[in-house]
Write a protein that binds this ligand. Structure first.
Ligand code: URP
Ligand code: ZN
Ligand code: ZN
Length: 482
C-alpha cells in the first residue's frame, strides 16, 4: 500500500517545510521537499508514476507527527470502580484526537507478582487497540521479588516504573522502598516515574477537613496544597540523585514542584517532568462548579487555584524546556452513572475523599495544546510538536519509530487544518465518558485525517480502522538523558 501526502507543510520538532510524504507499507519512505514546492511537485509526479494507491491532498494543511501520550489509564481500578475507557474505546478516542501512540500503566496488585499485573494489562489491550501502545509498570509493593521483576520487565520492553508518594495504604511506597527501586533502576537503566505528593500529610489534612464538614470537591485541592507537591518532588529528586537513576515526575501541577525540577536540571541531573492539559487550562473555578459538577475535575495532583500563577509558570516551563512533555493522565469516570460500571464520580457525594481521582483528556490533548501554543502564543509550532510527540517518544524509548516524520519512521501522521475551528462538547467526544472538561470551548485548528502505520484510521469524522490494528511496542530506555 503506497500513499502520497501531497501539498502540505510538514512540521517536525526541528523543521517546517513544504514537502510531499511518500509512505510504503506503513513506513515513511521519502520526504520530497523544496522551496515553493517545485522540486516536491516533480518528485510527487515521479512517485505517482511509480504507482501510488492513494493520494491525500494536504494543500493548506499541516502534516504533523501523530501524538504520543505517555500517561493514560485505560480500565484502571480506582476508588471502588474502574476508569470507564477500555483499550478499545480509549485508543479509538485517542485516534480521533490525533494521538497515535499511548503508553499506559500496568498495575501490580499488592502481594502479587509484578509479572501478573503486566500480563493482565497485556491481555486487556491485546486485539482491542486502535493505535500502538506500550506499558509502564506501577510498582505497588517493592520487595526483593519485585526488584528482580524490574529486570525481567526491562526485557519485555517495559523500561519505566511508577511509584507513589501519595495514596497511603493503596499504592503508596515508603521512602525506603522508593530508594531501593531507584537503586535498581540505576543498575538496569530504567526510568523511575514519580507521583510526587506527600500522601501522609495530605491524609491528615483530609481528615481534618472532613471533621470540619468541608465535603465539597474543592476541598480535594485545598487539602493537597502546593507545598505537599513541592516537598515530595524535592524528596524524590534527592533520592534519585543519590541513587543515580533518571527521574520523571508525572502530572506536575504546582509551581513549587516546578522550581524543584528547574533546580535539579540546573545541577545537571537526569530529572524530567510532564504536565497535563488540566493544569494548563483548568483550576479552582472548575472545582467550585455547583451541583457537584466540580467533581468532574477531581484528579491528583489537583488542579490549582487560578490566582496563584501556576498555569503561567507551567506554560513558561514548557517554553523553556524546564518541562519536557504534555501527557494527559487520562483516567475517566462518568459524572452520571455509567451503563455497566454504575456510580462513579457521585460515589463522593457528601465526601470529597470518595470521589474517584481522574478525568478524561486523551481525545482533547493534541488540539488543546495546539490552541494554547499557537492561538494563545505560548509555544512555537516546532515546540508544540516536540512536547506532544517527539520528546515523549524519546523519553520512553520509542524514537524515531514514533514521534516524528522521517524516512524510516512509522507513518503515524495527522493532517491538521490550521484555519478551521473545533468545539469540544460531550456530544462530539468518542471517549466512554459522559462529559468533557472543556465543554463549549472553541479551539483553533481541526484534526482532519489520521494515519496509523500508513493506514487511514480517521477520515471525514469517521473511524476507518479496526480494533486490534494497534500492537504492543517493546520500548527501549530513555533517549533523553543529559
Ligand atoms: O487522579 C489521577 N491522577 N488518577 C490516576 C492515577 C494517578 O495517580 O495517576
Ligand atoms: Zn499519579
Ligand atoms: Zn496517572
Amino acid at each position: 500500500m503506497r500513499i502520497l501526502i501531497t501539498g502540505g507543510t510538514v512540521v517536525t520538532a526541528t523543521e517546517i517545510m513544504r514537502a510531499e510524504v511518500l509512505i510504503d507499507d506503513g513506513t515513511v519512505v521519502a520526504l520530497y521537499g523544496g522551496e515553493g514546492g517545485g522540486v516536491a511537485d516533480a518528485m510527487a509526479r515521479t512517485a505517482i508514476e511509480l504507482g501510488v494507491d492513494t493520494t491525500i491532498d494536504a494543500a493548506g494543511k499541516y502534516v504533523l507527527p501523530g501524538g504520543v501520550d505517555v500517561h493514560t489509564h485505560m480500565e484502571l481500578p480506582f476508588g471502588g470502580t474502574y476508569a470507564s475507557d477500555t483499550f478499545e474505546s480509549g485508543t479509538r478516542a485517542a485516534a480521533f484526537g490525533g494521538t497515535t501512540t499511548i503508553v499506559d500503566f500496568a498495575v501490580q496488585t499488592i502481594g502479587e507478582p509484578m509479572m501478573d499485573g503486566y500480563e493482565e494489562w497485556m491481555a486487556k489491550a491485546d486485539g482491542n487497540a486502535a493505535i500502538d501502545y506500550g506499558f509502564h509498570m506501577i510498582v505497588s509493593d517493592v520487595n526483593d521479588q519485585t526488584l528482580k521483576e524490574m529486570d525481567i520487565l526491562m526485557g519485555e520492553g517495559v523500561t519505566s516504573f511508577k511509584l507513589f508518594m501519595a495514596y497511603p495504604g493503596v499504592l503508596y511506597s515508603t521512602d525506603g522502598q522508593i530508594f531501593r527501586a531507584m537503586q535498581r533502576a540505576a543498575e538496569n537503566g530504567s526510568t523511575i516515574m514519580m507521583h510526587a505528593e506527600n500522601g501522609i500529610v495530605i491524609d491528615v489534612l483530609r481528615e481534618q477537613a472532613l471533621a470540619r464538614g468541608e465535603t465539597d470537591p474543592i476541598h480535594h485541592s485545598v487539602t493537597r496544597p502546593p507545598i505537599t507537591e513541592g516537598e515530595a518532588t524535592h524528596r524524590a529528586i534527592a533520592y534519585a540523585e543519590l541513587a543515580g537513576c533518571p527521574l520523571y515526575v508525572v502530572h506536575l501541577s504546582a509551581k513549587e514542584a516546578l522550581e524543584e525540577i528547574v533546580a535539579a536540571r540546573d545541577r545537571g541531573s537526569n530529572v524530567f517532568a510532564e504536565t497535563c492539559p488540566q493544569y494548563l487550562f483548568l483550576g479552582w473555578r472548575n472545582l467550585e462548579e455547583p451541583d457537584f459538577e466540580g467533581s468532574k475535575y477531581v484528579c491528583s495532583t489537583p488542579v490549582r487555584s487560578h490566582e496563584q500563577g501556576h498555569q503561567e509558570a507551567l506554560w513558561t516551563g514548557l517554553a523553556t524546556n524546564d518541562l519536557q512533555v504534555v501527557s494527559t493522565d487520562h483516567c475517566p469516570f462518568c459524572f452520571n452513572d455509567h451503563p455497566t460500571l454504575g456510580t462513579q464520580k457521585k460515589l463522593g457525594l457528601g465526601d470529597f475523599t470518595k470521589i474517584p481521582n481522574g478525568l478524561p483528556g486523551v481525545e482533547e490533548r493534541f488540539a488543546l495544546i495546539y490552541h494554547g501554543a499557537i492561538a494563545e502564543g505560548r509555544l512555537s509550532l516546532n515546540r508544540f510538536v516536540e512536547v506532544v510527540a517527539t520528546t515523549p517518544a524519546k523519553m520512553f524509548g520509542l524514537y524515531p519509530k514514533k514521534g516524528t516524520i522521517a524516512v524510516g519512521s512509522d507513518a503515524d501522521i495527522v493532517i491538521f487544518d490550521p484555519n478551521a475551528v473545533s468545539r469540544f462538547s460531550a456530544e462530539n467526544i468518542h471517549m466512554d465518558v459522559d462529559y468533557t472538561c472543556y465543554e463549549g470551548m472553541e479551539v483553533v485548528g481541526k484534526i482532519e485525517t489520521v494515519l496509523s502505520k500508513g493506514q487511514i484510521i480517521i477520515e471525514d469524522g469517521e473511524y476507518r480502522g479496526q480494533k486490534g490494528d494497534g500492537v504492543y511496542l517493546e520500548r527501549g530506555t530513555s533517549q533523553n538523558l543529559l
